[in-house]
Design a protein around this ligand. Structure first.
Ligand code: HEC
Length: 155
């Protein structure tokens, strides 16, 4: 009897240890995923800022605007892959991602899909040298960012 209970205690301790280890691994992964996606969003933010600063200057550099639009266009199709299950607020890791990303996956995917074509259009306008078109389209791209943030990002 004593032997058996010792054995089961050992097994329970082992199982608890494995659970803890599993939880720790998941937490580390969530942290890495969240940090990586925040770095990607910072790239979006930096590109938008560079373009807006250029448009405010006396001589906007359309080549710089085109390359920043291309950066956004290139990353845009990947946005949904930055949000695997378990990397929301329930992860315990600091994140501005709202739970709605996972409860309304279709809505989130739709918001994400709007970004690439608008960024591509901006890049094309910049490459074509259409400054007025670029000014208008930068606002459309910014509106696409905001459209998602309003619904899926905490302030
Ligand atoms: C489909 C939804 C979606 C789109 C489109 C989107 N974002 Fe975000 N963005 C988010 C979410 C969600 C977060 C919060 C991520 C987190 O904290 O884990 C975020 C975070 C950010 C952050 C904060 C990053 C940090 O330092 O933590 C910046 C800056 C940002 N986005 C800029 C942009 C810009 C600029 C665009 C458009 C070019 C854009 N985003 C498009 C959903 C989106």
């Amino acid at each position: 009897m004593i032997r058996a209970s010792r054995k089961s205690l050992t097994l329970m301790a082992l199982a608890a240890g494995l659970c803890l280890a599993g939880g720790a691994v998941a937490a580390v992964n969530a942290k890495a995923v969240i940090e990586a996606r925040e770095a990607n969003f910072k790239t979006f933010g930096k590109s938008m800022k560079t373009m807006n600063d250029n448009l405010k200057s006396d001589s906007p550099d359309l080549a710089v605007i085109a390359s920043n639009a291309a950066t956004i266009r290139g990353l845009a199709p990947k946005v949904t892959t930055w949000f695997p299950k378990g990397t929301g607020p329930e992860s315990g890791v600091k994140t501005e991602a709202r739970a709605e990303i996972w409860t309304d996956g279709a809505g989130f995917a739709a918001a994400a899909r709007r970004l690439e074509p608008e960024a591509a259009k901006l890049e094309a306008l910049a490459r074509a040298g259409d400054l007025a078109g670029v000014r208008a389209q930068v606002r459309v791209v910014g509106g696409t960012c905001k459209g998602c943030h309003d619904k899926f990002k905490a302030d």
